[in-house]
Ligand binder design. Structure first.
Ligand SMILES: *Cc1c(COP(=O)(O)O)cnc(C)c1O
Length: 373
């Protein structure tokens, strides 16, 4: 895999085309279009940039509201705040930790414009219910599929459900370009404008295709393209995306198997994946019984060299989330889950022996905190 990366990097350099939108960008975009079945895929320099493009294309502005979970990465909300819109945070489901589709309706107001579905850990949100609700209220659905490449819901790829979706190829994701992402455009009516926004507000792409005689500034936009260096590296990863996903899934299932006894002993709850979701093994977490147990387990594990971490300070409790967002109802599951969650180390190539030591250390930590009986 690394050999291929060097080969493609050499090729990109030899092509003398290092700026964006070159052959490796096109190859990667065609791959994404085939896998997801979308109208257009555009590589970006980050998942954050893809979300910012989605927010811009959604047309939201000051006074508009966008419904999303508070249990997500900051960029989900930031992208819309940059347009002047207000994130409205909704609670999550206790099983998948994804937005609670049954709590969305109560958060809809005359100002609501869009719903952002974040697929946590590559496990799908309840898309049928979300799409149905959005259709009834005339809202746009955008998927934050940053963690969800090659996952599916009822057999259909994640990233193919919203009018727009964002993918991330950050180093921590299953498929990485160091920093990178992609905007997925499912609504063909948005495809041309997406290209213009991507190319600094110009119709440069149409010019390259010979559709216009010269290119000029036609709309708002920015520079969202990654360089061909990034795209060449990404291509080496996309080519092996299935193998990378399978190796993550093998580790995920190993964790799931090794943690069964801990769950049976009431020390943790393991991830729950609804049968209609095919996930990509992006991350593995455990839910401890309390915040105190989590605090104790994390410091115990970290003291023993195990890089276990918490995940997501809920956005509605963060300083910027309080300033820019609001929430209609209490976010009890969000707060309780975020307090109790431990994310275990999971990366391609994690040795099985190390994984077993992680589980043994977690078990020791939790048993020490909660003696049997
Ligand atoms: C990683 C991630 C992002 C941001 O992606 P970057 O490529 O790091 O900018 C956004 N949302 C979610 C849910 C993510 O996991």
């Amino acid at each position: 895999m690394a050999d291929r990366a060097f080969e493609y990097l050499r090729e990109a350099i030899a092509n003398r085309h290092l700026s964006g939108n070159g052959p490796f960008t096109r190859r990667s975009q065609e791959w994404l279009q085939r896998e997801i079945g979308c109208a257009r895929a555009l590589l970006t320099h980050s998942g954050t940039a893809a979300l910012e493009m989605a927010a811009l294309l959604s047309g939201v502005g000051p006074g508009d509201e966008v419904i999303m979970p508070a249990f997500t990465f900051v960029s989900t909300a930031n992208a819309f705040v940059l347009r002047g819109a207000t994130p409205v945070f909704v609670d999550i489901r206790p099983d998948t930790l994804n937005i609670d589709e049954t709590a969305i309706a109560a958060a809809i107001t005359p100002s609501t414009r869009a719903i952002v579905a974040v697929h946590y850990g590559g496990v799908a949100c309840e898309m049928d219910a979300i799409l149905d609700l959005a259709a009834r209220h005339g809202l746009m659905v955008i998927e934050d599929a940053a963690q969800a490449l090659l996952s599916a819901y009822k057999g259909r790829p994640l990233g193919s459900f919203g009018r727009l979706a964002a993918l991330s190829f950050h180093e921590t994701k299953n498929v990485s370009a160091g920093e990178g992402g992609a905007l997925i455009v499912n609504d063909p009516a948005l495809a041309d404008r997406a290209e213009i926004v991507w190319e600094k507000g110009t119709n440069r792409n149409a010019f390259f295709r010979g559709q216009v005689a010269k290119y000029s500034w036609v709309d708002v936009g920015s520079s969202f393209l990654p360089s061909e260096i990034t795209a060449a590296f990404l291509w080496s990863q996309l080519e092996t995306a299935r193998e990378l996903t399978e190796s993550r899934l093998r580790l995920w299932h190993m964790y799931h198997d090794r943690c069964r006894d801990l769950e049976a002993a009431g020390l943790v709850r393991r991830p729950l994946v609804p049968s209609e979701c095919r996930h990509n093994g992006h991350l593995y977490y455990l839910l401890t019984p309390s915040l105190d147990a989590r605090t104790h387990a994390l410091s115990w594990m970290n003291d023993r060299g195990v890089n276990a971490v918490f995940h997501y300070v809920p956005l509605h409790t963060s300083p910027a989330g309080r300033r820019y967002g609001r929430h209609a109802a209490p976010l009890r599951i969000t707060e309780a889950s975020s307090d109790r969650l431990i994310r275990l180390p999971l990366w391609t190539g994690l040795p099985e022996r190390d994984l077993e030591r992680v589980v043994e250390t977690a078990a020791d930590a939790l048993r020490a905190f909660m003696p049997a009986g």
